[in-house]
Design a protein around this ligand. Sequence first.
Ligand code: GDP
Ligand code: MG
Length: 167
Amino acid sequence: KSGFVTIIGRPNVGKSTLMNHLIGQKIAITSNKPQTTRNRIQTVYTDMERGQIVFLDTPGIHRAKNKLGEYMVNVAEHTLNEVDVILWLVEPSNFIGAGEQHIIEQLKKVKTPVILIINKVDTVDREKIVEYIDTYRKVYDFAEIIPASALRAKNLDTVIDMIFKYL
Ligand code: GDP
Ligand code: MG
């Protein structure tokens, strides 16, 4: 099997950190400044038994405030149609704001399976995580919902397993 996966989500949720840890190398530039990733970066994950996953790391999907912002948003939104699986990363929170609603609207336009990753679970209690999974389950028909920590490499094997499931 082989296929393309895009990682979407608001700036600073950990998209680049996730991609780096999935691949096992530091390729994309991560920082605590939003919009560090200006262009699309591709990396390839190779599994001798299961195949290859090409990850497209995109600038975050958000509403554009200027020309550069507009360009970045277009790059991210176009990839939704081109890929086999969408990974949507969110902060561990119950709050679904305008930014998340905007992403949900984009996701409703495509048929690509969406795996929701509730990232940074190292920063919250277990009971809270169950609550957040419930909240997100109600707003979109996700293929899978996976709590994870990109930074601590927690549950990333599950992320890889689930990607191969939908390739
Ligand atoms: P991006 O803008 O979505 O690409 O986000 P980055 O990957 O650049 O990460 C933004 C910030 O969040 C960085 O300071 C990361 O170290 C931090 N971060 C990413 N993943 C996690 C995580 O699982 N747990 C915690 N505590 N911090 C994280
Ligand atoms: Mg980034």
